[in-house]
Ligand binder design. Structure first.
Ligand code: SF4
Ligand code: SF4
Length: 358
């Protein structure tokens, strides 16, 4: 039987109080009240947004979900994990300050805000998955500790995976530092000697000091590089390139296997809401001025992460002839994460779309 994925159409300029009420209805319609049980501790996975980013998902959309979880008798906490690259989101103390600045406060959300992988991203739990690339993976302990999880994702393009939506939020977003390193280690950038001006900005941002700046150009030590992509993001001279043709494919497979780990661990007690509003070329980790590539469609809800992301792909393609990933990074094939996700048992690409009437 095909998965049912619910689509609630809305625009980010719609009245917030109306959207909140509709999201509460969507929670019930999609059967999330059957997944979250009384007395569960429930992780609500979000992305607090990089400082300087203005298109991350507003806490307005998280608060009604928290309320609905509480109405099931469960105890929700709102959570994310630390990032690998140099940022105020690379440790729990500064990360929580960013969350507060972006409106994700306990007072506003009605639930505590907790960084799931500890102060420095090392609070992790190994999970066995016996997948083709990984026998075990490292996930953020506080997400593993939760009895159930609601994963709230923002669909965007992504410079390495083409599409960043539900699977990316699960696989990368719920992993500990070690888990993220495993995923990123497949891709290493190179610096163009011709384009590089030896300005040194990338070296200042590199979290592991893998970049040596010479008199005329910079060089990356591949043995030290962890593939975080920070140098690509900060170079203003377009001098950094990833060998995406091979590494994007492997990265997407790694992300899908890590997503499989959390889905297996939650054993049916996990559900997803993925927002197709303010859809930008790059993900919410980028502090740069976001480029919106597609008009809003709404929000999807369901219990299959592959089906939801397939629906994101299809709906965005219907809207503009090109999918969100094709509009954002046309040289990358985001289908890899969908096909591989299906192959390893993360979910199914087959779905039945039901548009809500409210
Ligand atoms: S930021 Fe770009 S131009 Fe500057 S040193 Fe790094 S690669 Fe070269
Ligand atoms: S050289 Fe490697 S580790 Fe350093 S910023 Fe670039 S991708 Fe990240």
């Amino acid at each position: 039987m095909k998965n049912t994925i619910y689509l609630m159409r809305f625009h980010h300029t719609d009245r917030v109080d109306q959207t909140k009420n509709r999201l509460k209805k969507l929670f019930k319609t999609a059967g999330f009240d059957k997944i979250v049980a009384a007395n569960d501790i429930t992780a609500v996975k979000v992305h607090f947004g990089e400082p300087g980013n203005t298109t991350y998902l507003s806490p307005h959309y998280v608060e009604p979900i928290v309320r609905m979880i509480k109405s099931c008798g469960a105890k929700p906490f709102v959570t994310d994990t630390n990032v690998l690259y140099k940022s105020r989101r690379d440790n729990a103390i500064d990360h929580l300050s960013v969350a507060t600045e972006h409106g994700f406060t306990s007072k506003k959300l009605g639930a505590p805000v907790i960084i799931a992988d500890g102060i420095m991203g090392r609070n992790e739990t190994e999970i066995e998955i016996a997948a083709p690339l990984n026998k075990t993976i490292s996930l953020a302990t506080e997400i593993v500790s939760a009895n159930s999880a609601i994963v709230i994702s923002h669909a965007t393009g992504h410079l390495a995976t083409g599409l960043a939506a539900t699977i990316k939020n699960l696989g990368m977003g719920m992993s500990s530092r070690k888990g993220k390193l495993t995923q990123h280690s497949v891709s290493k950038p190179i610096i163009s000697e011709r384009k590089c001006t030896a300005c040194g900005i990338c070296a200042n941002w590199c979290p592991v000091d893998a970049i040596i700046v010479g008199d005329e150009f910079a060089v990356i030590n591949e043995d030290i590089c962890i593939g975080c992509g920070e140098c690509l993001a900060v170079c203003r001279f377009n001098a950094v390139k990833f060998k995406w043709d091979s590494s994007s494919e492997l990265l997407q497979k790694q992300v899908a296997e890590h997503a499989l780990g959390i889905v297996k661990q939650k054993n049916g007690k996990i559900a997803y809401m993925t927002f197709m509003i303010k859809m930008t070329k790059d993900c919410d980790c980028l502090a740069q001025k976001p480029e919106i590539v597609l008009d809003d469609i709404g929000v999807l809800a369901g219990t299959d992460p592959v089906a939801i992301d397939q629906a994101v792909y299809d709906l965005t393609k219907q809207r503009s002839d090109k999918s969100l990933s094709e509009l954002s990074y046309p040289s990358l094939d985001a289908n890899v994460q969908l096909e591989y996700g299906e192959k390893i048992g993360l979910g199914s690409r087959e779905y039945r779309l039901v548009e809500t009437e409210f």
